[in-house]
Design a binder for this molecule. Structure first.
Ligand SMILES: *Cc1c(COP(=O)(O)O)cnc(C)c1O
Length: 400
Protein backbone atom coordinates (compact mmCIF):
# COMPACT_ATOMS: atom_id res chain seq x y z
CA UNK A 1 0.00 0.00 0.00
CA UNK A 2 1.33 3.40 -0.88
CA UNK A 3 0.36 6.55 0.93
CA UNK A 4 1.73 9.86 -0.20
CA UNK A 5 2.77 12.89 1.75
CA UNK A 6 0.34 14.79 -0.36
CA UNK A 7 1.74 18.25 0.20
CA UNK A 8 1.60 20.46 -2.80
CA UNK A 9 0.61 17.58 -5.06
CA UNK A 10 -2.87 17.64 -3.62
CA UNK A 11 -5.84 19.84 -4.06
CA UNK A 12 -8.37 19.48 -1.31
CA UNK A 13 -11.77 20.41 -2.56
CA UNK A 14 -14.35 21.68 -0.13
CA UNK A 15 -18.07 21.16 0.11
CA UNK A 16 -20.24 18.21 1.06
CA UNK A 17 -18.44 15.76 -1.23
CA UNK A 18 -15.00 16.73 -0.12
CA UNK A 19 -12.40 14.43 -1.64
CA UNK A 20 -8.80 14.43 -2.68
CA UNK A 21 -7.90 15.08 -6.27
CA UNK A 22 -4.52 13.61 -6.98
CA UNK A 23 -2.69 15.86 -9.32
CA UNK A 24 0.51 14.37 -10.65
CA UNK A 25 2.96 17.02 -11.48
CA UNK A 26 6.53 16.26 -12.40
CA UNK A 27 6.78 12.47 -12.18
CA UNK A 28 9.83 12.09 -9.93
CA UNK A 29 9.21 10.59 -6.51
CA UNK A 30 10.95 8.74 -3.73
CA UNK A 31 9.57 5.83 -1.74
CA UNK A 32 10.55 4.72 1.73
CA UNK A 33 9.95 1.00 2.24
CA UNK A 34 8.87 0.20 5.77
CA UNK A 35 9.19 -3.57 5.36
CA UNK A 36 12.79 -3.16 4.17
CA UNK A 37 13.65 -1.17 7.30
CA UNK A 38 12.14 -3.89 9.48
CA UNK A 39 13.90 -6.57 7.50
CA UNK A 40 17.29 -4.85 7.76
CA UNK A 41 16.92 -4.34 11.50
CA UNK A 42 16.05 -8.01 11.93
CA UNK A 43 19.01 -8.98 9.74
CA UNK A 44 21.44 -6.97 11.87
CA UNK A 45 20.02 -8.49 15.01
CA UNK A 46 20.74 -11.92 13.53
CA UNK A 47 24.33 -10.92 12.77
CA UNK A 48 24.94 -9.40 16.23
CA UNK A 49 22.49 -11.32 18.37
CA UNK A 50 23.68 -10.21 21.77
CA UNK A 51 24.10 -6.47 21.14
CA UNK A 52 21.30 -3.96 21.68
CA UNK A 53 21.03 -1.54 18.79
CA UNK A 54 20.85 2.21 18.67
CA UNK A 55 19.26 2.91 15.27
CA UNK A 56 21.06 5.98 13.97
CA UNK A 57 18.58 8.47 12.52
CA UNK A 58 20.79 11.55 12.23
CA UNK A 59 20.52 13.76 9.14
CA UNK A 60 16.77 13.21 9.19
CA UNK A 61 17.24 9.43 9.12
CA UNK A 62 19.83 9.61 6.33
CA UNK A 63 17.37 11.59 4.23
CA UNK A 64 14.47 9.13 4.66
CA UNK A 65 12.63 11.23 7.26
CA UNK A 66 12.50 10.40 10.97
CA UNK A 67 8.71 10.19 10.98
CA UNK A 68 8.77 7.83 7.99
CA UNK A 69 11.34 5.40 9.39
CA UNK A 70 10.06 5.38 12.97
CA UNK A 71 7.55 2.58 12.58
CA UNK A 72 10.07 0.39 10.75
CA UNK A 73 12.88 0.96 13.25
CA UNK A 74 11.12 1.17 16.59
CA UNK A 75 12.08 -2.46 17.18
CA UNK A 76 15.58 -1.18 17.96
CA UNK A 77 16.52 -0.79 21.61
CA UNK A 78 17.24 2.91 21.14
CA UNK A 79 18.04 5.69 18.69
CA UNK A 80 21.13 7.74 17.92
CA UNK A 81 20.72 11.33 16.73
CA UNK A 82 22.88 14.34 16.04
CA UNK A 83 20.60 17.15 17.10
CA UNK A 84 18.24 17.79 19.98
CA UNK A 85 15.50 18.63 17.47
CA UNK A 86 15.73 15.08 16.09
CA UNK A 87 15.42 13.66 19.60
CA UNK A 88 12.44 15.88 20.21
CA UNK A 89 10.72 14.51 17.09
CA UNK A 90 11.26 10.95 18.34
CA UNK A 91 9.70 11.85 21.70
CA UNK A 92 6.76 13.43 19.85
CA UNK A 93 6.28 10.12 18.01
CA UNK A 94 5.91 8.44 21.38
CA UNK A 95 9.39 6.95 21.82
CA UNK A 96 10.16 6.68 25.54
CA UNK A 97 13.30 4.55 25.30
CA UNK A 98 16.95 5.52 24.99
CA UNK A 99 18.10 8.30 22.67
CA UNK A 100 21.81 9.12 22.42
CA UNK A 101 23.08 12.47 21.17
CA UNK A 102 26.04 11.18 19.15
CA UNK A 103 28.15 14.32 19.48
CA UNK A 104 26.65 15.46 22.74
CA UNK A 105 25.49 19.01 23.34
CA UNK A 106 26.75 21.94 21.29
CA UNK A 107 26.21 24.47 24.08
CA UNK A 108 25.31 24.59 27.77
CA UNK A 109 21.65 25.40 27.14
CA UNK A 110 21.10 22.10 25.35
CA UNK A 111 21.69 20.33 28.67
CA UNK A 112 18.30 21.60 29.78
CA UNK A 113 16.76 19.86 26.77
CA UNK A 114 18.65 16.71 27.73
CA UNK A 115 17.06 16.87 31.17
CA UNK A 116 13.62 17.59 29.77
CA UNK A 117 13.72 14.94 27.03
CA UNK A 118 15.75 12.44 29.09
CA UNK A 119 18.52 12.14 26.52
CA UNK A 120 21.76 10.30 26.86
CA UNK A 121 24.59 12.42 25.56
CA UNK A 122 28.12 11.93 24.39
CA UNK A 123 30.89 13.79 26.20
CA UNK A 124 33.91 14.24 23.97
CA UNK A 125 35.66 17.38 25.30
CA UNK A 126 36.38 19.35 28.49
CA UNK A 127 33.96 22.14 27.59
CA UNK A 128 31.07 19.66 27.70
CA UNK A 129 32.16 18.56 31.19
CA UNK A 130 32.42 22.20 32.32
CA UNK A 131 28.87 22.82 31.11
CA UNK A 132 27.65 19.75 32.99
CA UNK A 133 29.37 20.80 36.23
CA UNK A 134 27.46 24.11 36.11
CA UNK A 135 24.18 22.57 34.96
CA UNK A 136 21.30 22.62 37.44
CA UNK A 137 19.13 19.55 37.13
CA UNK A 138 16.99 17.31 39.30
CA UNK A 139 17.52 14.46 36.87
CA UNK A 140 21.11 13.27 36.74
CA UNK A 141 22.21 12.40 33.21
CA UNK A 142 23.57 9.31 31.56
CA UNK A 143 26.61 10.23 29.48
CA UNK A 144 28.77 8.36 26.96
CA UNK A 145 32.40 9.34 27.41
CA UNK A 146 34.10 9.18 24.06
CA UNK A 147 37.68 8.07 23.54
CA UNK A 148 39.67 9.25 20.55
CA UNK A 149 41.29 5.91 19.80
CA UNK A 150 42.70 6.95 16.42
CA UNK A 151 40.02 8.66 14.31
CA UNK A 152 41.25 12.05 15.57
CA UNK A 153 37.98 13.89 15.23
CA UNK A 154 36.21 13.84 18.59
CA UNK A 155 37.04 12.39 21.98
CA UNK A 156 39.56 12.37 24.80
CA UNK A 157 42.90 10.84 23.93
CA UNK A 158 43.79 7.59 25.68
CA UNK A 159 46.00 9.40 28.21
CA UNK A 160 43.38 11.91 29.32
CA UNK A 161 40.47 9.48 29.22
CA UNK A 162 40.68 8.28 32.80
CA UNK A 163 40.88 11.82 34.19
CA UNK A 164 37.75 12.79 32.24
CA UNK A 165 36.03 9.67 33.51
CA UNK A 166 36.95 10.45 37.11
CA UNK A 167 35.68 14.01 36.75
CA UNK A 168 32.35 12.81 35.35
CA UNK A 169 31.85 10.13 37.99
CA UNK A 170 32.33 12.78 40.70
CA UNK A 171 29.79 15.06 39.09
CA UNK A 172 26.38 15.07 40.88
CA UNK A 173 24.71 15.90 37.56
CA UNK A 174 25.87 12.53 36.21
CA UNK A 175 24.11 9.33 37.08
CA UNK A 176 25.93 6.86 34.84
CA UNK A 177 29.02 6.97 32.67
CA UNK A 178 29.29 4.70 29.62
CA UNK A 179 32.30 4.40 27.34
CA UNK A 180 32.44 4.74 23.59
CA UNK A 181 34.76 5.07 20.64
CA UNK A 182 34.35 5.25 16.86
CA UNK A 183 36.34 3.33 14.23
CA UNK A 184 37.87 5.03 11.21
CA UNK A 185 38.61 1.90 9.13
CA UNK A 186 36.04 -0.72 10.01
CA UNK A 187 35.10 -1.06 6.33
CA UNK A 188 38.62 -1.57 4.95
CA UNK A 189 41.42 -4.09 5.58
CA UNK A 190 43.13 -1.85 8.16
CA UNK A 191 40.18 -2.85 10.32
CA UNK A 192 39.44 -2.13 13.95
CA UNK A 193 42.17 -4.02 15.79
CA UNK A 194 44.54 -1.15 16.56
CA UNK A 195 41.79 1.14 17.80
CA UNK A 196 40.14 -1.66 19.73
CA UNK A 197 43.44 -2.45 21.47
CA UNK A 198 43.91 1.21 22.39
CA UNK A 199 40.39 1.40 23.74
CA UNK A 200 40.73 -1.78 25.77
CA UNK A 201 44.08 -0.79 27.23
CA UNK A 202 42.79 2.51 28.53
CA UNK A 203 39.18 1.76 29.31
CA UNK A 204 39.01 -1.82 30.51
CA UNK A 205 39.61 -1.01 34.17
CA UNK A 206 36.89 1.65 34.20
CA UNK A 207 33.35 0.56 34.87
CA UNK A 208 30.44 1.23 32.56
CA UNK A 209 28.60 0.01 29.50
CA UNK A 210 30.44 0.13 26.19
CA UNK A 211 29.49 1.24 22.67
CA UNK A 212 31.91 0.58 19.82
CA UNK A 213 30.38 -0.40 16.49
CA UNK A 214 29.00 1.42 13.51
CA UNK A 215 27.43 -0.68 10.73
CA UNK A 216 30.75 -1.67 9.17
CA UNK A 217 32.27 -2.85 12.44
CA UNK A 218 29.13 -4.70 13.44
CA UNK A 219 28.77 -6.51 10.13
CA UNK A 220 32.39 -7.18 9.26
CA UNK A 221 33.68 -8.03 12.74
CA UNK A 222 30.58 -9.20 14.57
CA UNK A 223 32.14 -12.03 16.55
CA UNK A 224 35.02 -10.04 17.95
CA UNK A 225 32.88 -7.07 18.89
CA UNK A 226 29.61 -8.65 19.83
CA UNK A 227 31.14 -9.99 23.00
CA UNK A 228 32.51 -6.78 24.38
CA UNK A 229 29.86 -4.16 23.90
CA UNK A 230 26.49 -3.11 25.16
CA UNK A 231 25.30 -0.80 22.38
CA UNK A 232 25.96 -0.90 18.63
CA UNK A 233 25.27 2.33 16.70
CA UNK A 234 23.85 1.22 13.37
CA UNK A 235 23.03 3.57 10.50
CA UNK A 236 23.70 2.80 6.86
CA UNK A 237 22.91 -0.92 7.02
CA UNK A 238 19.39 -0.20 8.29
CA UNK A 239 18.74 1.80 5.14
CA UNK A 240 20.08 -0.94 2.89
CA UNK A 241 23.52 0.44 2.10
CA UNK A 242 26.46 -1.93 1.96
CA UNK A 243 29.19 -1.44 4.54
CA UNK A 244 31.93 -2.16 1.99
CA UNK A 245 30.41 -1.99 -1.50
CA UNK A 246 33.67 -2.77 -3.28
CA UNK A 247 33.78 -6.15 -1.58
CA UNK A 248 30.17 -7.12 -0.99
CA UNK A 249 26.82 -5.76 -2.12
CA UNK A 250 24.03 -4.93 0.29
CA UNK A 251 22.06 -7.82 -1.18
CA UNK A 252 24.93 -10.18 -0.39
CA UNK A 253 24.75 -8.89 3.19
CA UNK A 254 21.07 -9.79 3.16
CA UNK A 255 19.95 -6.16 3.23
CA UNK A 256 17.12 -4.59 1.24
CA UNK A 257 16.90 -1.05 -0.15
CA UNK A 258 14.78 1.15 2.10
CA UNK A 259 14.73 4.00 -0.42
CA UNK A 260 13.64 4.04 -4.04
CA UNK A 261 14.12 7.01 -6.33
CA UNK A 262 12.02 6.76 -9.46
CA UNK A 263 10.75 8.91 -12.26
CA UNK A 264 9.50 8.58 -15.81
CA UNK A 265 10.53 9.05 -19.38
CA UNK A 266 9.28 12.45 -20.54
CA UNK A 267 10.64 12.41 -24.12
CA UNK A 268 12.16 10.04 -26.66
CA UNK A 269 15.03 10.63 -29.03
CA UNK A 270 16.67 8.58 -31.70
CA UNK A 271 20.28 9.58 -31.73
CA UNK A 272 21.97 8.79 -35.04
CA UNK A 273 25.39 7.21 -35.13
CA UNK A 274 27.95 9.96 -34.56
CA UNK A 275 25.51 12.26 -32.75
CA UNK A 276 25.68 12.94 -29.03
CA UNK A 277 23.40 13.61 -26.05
CA UNK A 278 23.42 16.36 -23.46
CA UNK A 279 25.81 19.10 -22.33
CA UNK A 280 29.40 18.79 -23.40
CA UNK A 281 28.54 16.03 -25.89
CA UNK A 282 30.31 13.53 -23.67
CA UNK A 283 28.44 10.56 -25.14
CA UNK A 284 28.52 9.87 -28.84
CA UNK A 285 26.35 7.10 -30.29
CA UNK A 286 28.30 4.43 -32.14
CA UNK A 287 25.09 3.31 -33.87
CA UNK A 288 21.55 4.63 -34.08
CA UNK A 289 20.36 4.59 -30.47
CA UNK A 290 16.95 5.12 -28.93
CA UNK A 291 17.22 7.30 -25.85
CA UNK A 292 14.74 8.16 -23.12
CA UNK A 293 14.89 11.56 -21.45
CA UNK A 294 14.06 11.18 -17.76
CA UNK A 295 12.68 13.75 -15.31
CA UNK A 296 15.54 13.49 -12.82
CA UNK A 297 18.63 15.63 -12.51
CA UNK A 298 21.18 16.83 -10.04
CA UNK A 299 18.73 19.33 -8.57
CA UNK A 300 16.80 16.27 -7.39
CA UNK A 301 19.83 14.82 -5.67
CA UNK A 302 20.93 12.51 -8.44
CA UNK A 303 24.73 12.80 -8.57
CA UNK A 304 25.98 15.03 -11.37
CA UNK A 305 29.23 13.12 -11.43
CA UNK A 306 27.52 9.84 -12.33
CA UNK A 307 29.35 8.80 -15.46
CA UNK A 308 27.79 7.77 -18.74
CA UNK A 309 27.05 4.08 -18.15
CA UNK A 310 25.65 4.42 -14.63
CA UNK A 311 23.11 1.63 -14.14
CA UNK A 312 19.40 2.42 -14.12
CA UNK A 313 16.20 0.36 -14.44
CA UNK A 314 13.88 1.28 -17.29
CA UNK A 315 10.51 -0.44 -16.95
CA UNK A 316 12.33 -2.68 -14.47
CA UNK A 317 15.01 -3.68 -16.99
CA UNK A 318 18.63 -2.84 -16.36
CA UNK A 319 20.08 -0.23 -18.67
CA UNK A 320 22.40 2.75 -18.27
CA UNK A 321 22.62 6.51 -18.42
CA UNK A 322 24.16 8.22 -21.42
CA UNK A 323 25.83 11.63 -21.41
CA UNK A 324 25.97 14.15 -18.60
CA UNK A 325 23.38 14.52 -15.89
CA UNK A 326 21.80 17.96 -16.13
CA UNK A 327 19.89 19.92 -13.51
CA UNK A 328 16.44 18.52 -14.27
CA UNK A 329 17.02 15.68 -16.70
CA UNK A 330 19.18 12.77 -17.60
CA UNK A 331 19.21 10.43 -20.59
CA UNK A 332 18.98 6.63 -20.59
CA UNK A 333 19.73 4.06 -23.25
CA UNK A 334 16.55 2.24 -24.31
CA UNK A 335 18.29 -0.30 -26.54
CA UNK A 336 18.82 -3.05 -23.91
CA UNK A 337 15.16 -2.81 -23.08
CA UNK A 338 14.00 -2.96 -26.68
CA UNK A 339 16.28 -5.85 -27.54
CA UNK A 340 15.94 -8.11 -24.48
CA UNK A 341 12.53 -7.61 -22.95
CA UNK A 342 10.56 -8.33 -26.07
CA UNK A 343 9.04 -4.89 -25.86
CA UNK A 344 8.76 -2.76 -28.90
CA UNK A 345 8.85 0.96 -29.16
CA UNK A 346 5.05 1.12 -28.85
CA UNK A 347 5.29 0.01 -25.22
CA UNK A 348 7.93 2.49 -24.28
CA UNK A 349 7.41 6.17 -24.28
CA UNK A 350 6.38 9.10 -22.23
CA UNK A 351 5.39 7.71 -18.84
CA UNK A 352 7.64 4.65 -18.85
CA UNK A 353 8.95 4.10 -15.32
CA UNK A 354 12.62 4.70 -14.63
CA UNK A 355 14.10 3.57 -11.33
CA UNK A 356 17.25 5.49 -10.45
CA UNK A 357 17.89 3.26 -7.43
CA UNK A 358 15.90 0.94 -5.20
CA UNK A 359 13.05 -1.26 -6.34
CA UNK A 360 11.08 -1.00 -9.58
CA UNK A 361 7.36 -1.69 -9.64
CA UNK A 362 8.22 -4.91 -11.47
CA UNK A 363 10.17 -6.01 -8.40
CA UNK A 364 13.68 -5.74 -9.88
CA UNK A 365 16.29 -3.92 -7.81
CA UNK A 366 19.19 -1.58 -8.35
CA UNK A 367 21.49 -0.92 -5.42
CA UNK A 368 22.13 2.68 -4.48
CA UNK A 369 25.77 1.66 -3.94
CA UNK A 370 26.16 0.93 -7.66
CA UNK A 371 25.02 4.43 -8.54
CA UNK A 372 27.23 5.91 -5.83
CA UNK A 373 30.26 4.04 -7.12
CA UNK A 374 29.66 5.29 -10.66
CA UNK A 375 29.64 8.81 -9.27
CA UNK A 376 32.70 8.40 -7.04
CA UNK A 377 30.64 8.77 -3.88
CA UNK A 378 28.84 6.78 -1.20
CA UNK A 379 25.29 5.64 -0.61
CA UNK A 380 25.35 7.86 2.50
CA UNK A 381 25.77 11.00 0.40
CA UNK A 382 23.05 10.06 -2.10
CA UNK A 383 20.55 9.26 0.65
CA UNK A 384 21.24 12.47 2.56
CA UNK A 385 21.32 14.51 -0.63
CA UNK A 386 17.83 13.78 -1.86
CA UNK A 387 16.43 17.18 -2.72
CA UNK A 388 13.43 18.71 -0.99
CA UNK A 389 11.71 19.11 -4.36
CA UNK A 390 11.35 15.30 -4.60
CA UNK A 391 8.05 14.24 -3.00
CA UNK A 392 8.56 11.25 -0.70
CA UNK A 393 5.89 8.60 -0.22
CA UNK A 394 5.67 5.83 2.28
CA UNK A 395 5.52 2.26 1.05
CA UNK A 396 3.90 0.72 4.08
CA UNK A 397 4.30 -2.72 2.54
CA UNK A 398 2.73 -5.89 3.76
CA UNK A 399 4.55 -7.38 6.69
CA UNK A 400 5.17 -10.72 5.10
C1 LIG B 1 26.73 8.18 12.06
C2 LIG B 1 27.34 7.46 13.21
C3 LIG B 1 27.20 6.07 13.33
C4 LIG B 1 26.50 5.22 12.27
O1 LIG B 1 27.39 4.95 11.24
P1 LIG B 1 26.98 3.96 10.03
O2 LIG B 1 28.26 3.82 9.28
O3 LIG B 1 25.94 4.65 9.23
O4 LIG B 1 26.50 2.72 10.65
C5 LIG B 1 27.74 5.46 14.44
N1 LIG B 1 28.38 6.19 15.39
C6 LIG B 1 28.55 7.52 15.31
C7 LIG B 1 29.26 8.25 16.38
C8 LIG B 1 28.04 8.19 14.21
O5 LIG B 1 28.19 9.51 14.13
Amino acid sequence: MISTDLGYNTIQSSGPFSFLIFRMTRPIQALVHRSALKHNLARIKTLCPSTPILAVVKANAYGHGIERVYEGLRGAEGFGVLEVSEASRLRALGWRGPILLLEGVFDARELEECSRLKLWHTVHCQAQIDWLVRHKTHEPHRVFLKMNSGMNRLGFGPESFKAAYTRLVACPQVQEVSLMTHFSDADVPAGVNAQLATFQTHASDLGGEISLCNSAAALIQPKELDLGQDWARIGIALYGGSVNPQAQSAQAWGLLPALTLKSEVIALQTVRAGQSVGYGSTFTASRDTRIGIVACGYADGYPRHAESGTPVLVHGVRSQTVGRVSMDMLAVDLEPLLSTSGMDSHNIGVGTEVTLWGESSLGTRLEIDEVAQSAGTLAYELMCGLSTRVPISMDEGSDA
